[in-house]
Design a protein around this ligand. Structure first.
Ligand SMILES: Nc1nc2c(c(=O)[nH]1)N[C@H]1C(S)=C(S)[C@@H](COP(=O)(O)O)O[C@H]1N2
Ligand SMILES: [Mo]
Length: 336
């Protein structure tokens, strides 16, 4: 039954401004996440200097039929769990993780809309090029890469700079296993990560958006080689959903979420600290390192506490230094 596609639970139907039933439905969904209209405005504008704070549903075009439909429900993908990485809280429901996303290429302000529009991203073919200061520059097909590196499941917490958090089972491999394959030269001191550039599929990338596309990030080489740095190709026993960064994304759980770049197409080994997307947008608010630190407030809000996306905005927990991963990474930085 190749033409029958069941929509997954996180799928949000296209909204028309006049369709009140759909609008109410969406409000109920927002309420179920514990975020009312006013709270939502605070949440969405946070990463965002050029923010659109409208919470009204706006008309959109339907996702292109072909790839979008076939990818609605990502294929199963399982890997043995690495028991070293445990959680101090319940795992976030998959449904919440798949609906509550930040993906500026698709929409900078409206999370449900970003989820919907992300279904337009074509995933096949997808290659990851490793360039720059390495002995063995390579372009990998992502699925071929998965076969070369053994996949594992890791339970990790995620902390967005906007104060929302989640805890989820990623599937992937340590970043350092990939780095080993290309043999960096000793001159390589940083790794630059670049996401895709396709304004035809990603409306947020249109000229005039004011953002320095494509999304780009960076790590110092010792950070990249830290055991905590992970590359995800799946989550919750499936391949990554498009809105969560399919087919391949970075996961750096001790740093604010924007360092965990989605949909990577290139990794370049360089000798100087590379510019990063959010630092370029607003250097005053978003640094290169961006390690989670409850003691250092964002210029516009405190970072002392956080809230889980399926537990409600009112249910606050204390933020942990390095998001709780200090044992693995604190040695990389000057003493706090
Ligand atoms: N390419 C790309 N990667 C990105 C982003 C983005 O907008 N584009 N947003 C970042 C931010 S701010 C966060 S919090 C995480 C969110 O990941 P999730 O949407 O899968 O929860 O992705 C990060 N990676
Ligand atoms: Mo974020």
């Amino acid at each position: 039954m190749p033409n029958i596609h069941k929509r997954p639970a996180w799928w949000i139907p296209n909204l028309r401004p006049t369709d009140e039933a759909v609008f109410l439905d969406r409000r109920r969904f927002m309420a179920s996440l514990g975020i009312g209209g006013a709270a939502l405005i605070g949440g969405i504008s946070a990463c965002d200097r050029i923010s659109d704070t409208s919470t009204e549903p706006r008309p959109t075009t339907r996702p292109a039929a072909t790839d979008a439909r076939s990818q609605l429900e990502p294929a199963a993908l399982t890997a043995p769990r690495n028991d070293k990485y445990t959680l101090d809280r319940k795992m976030t429901k998959a449904d919440a993780v798949m609906r509550y996303v930040n993906y500026y290429e698709f929409d900078a302000a409206d999370k449900p809309k970003a989820v919907r529009l992300a279904q337009n991203l074509t995933l096949h073919p997808w290659t990851l090029s490793i360039t720059g200061l390495v002995k063995k520059p390579r372009t990998f097909d992502v699925e071929e890469l998965e076969k070369r590196l053994s996949l594992e499941e890791r339970l990790y917490r995620h902390r967005c700079v906007e104060t929302w958090a989640m805890a989820l089972p990623w599937i992937g491999f340590p970043l350092r296993s990939l780095i080993k394959l290309v043999e960096p030269l000793s001159a390589a001191r940083f790794v630059r990560f670049v996401s895709f550039m396709r304004p035809d599929e990603a409306p947020g990338q249109h000229l005039g958006s004011g953002y320095p596309w494509p999304y780009h990030e960076g790590l110092r080489i010792d950070e990249a080689n830290s055991e905590a740095a992970f590359v995800a190709v799946g989550a919750y026993g499936r391949r990554l959903a498009k809105q969560n960064g399919a087919p391949i994304r970075l996961v750096t759980p001790w740093k604010y979420g924007y360092k965990s770049i989605k949909a990577i197409v290139e990794m370049q080994f360089v000798d100087k600290q590379p510019p990063t997307f959010w630092n370029t947008v607003n250097a005053h608010e978003y640094g290169f390192y961006s390690n989670v630190d409850p003691a250092v407030p964002h210029p516009r809000w405190s970072q002392a506490q956080e809230w889980m996306i399926d537990g409600g905005r009112m249910n606050k927990r204390d933020t942990l230094p390095y998001n709780g991963y200090g044992e693995l990474v604190a040695h990389l930085y000057p003493k706090r």
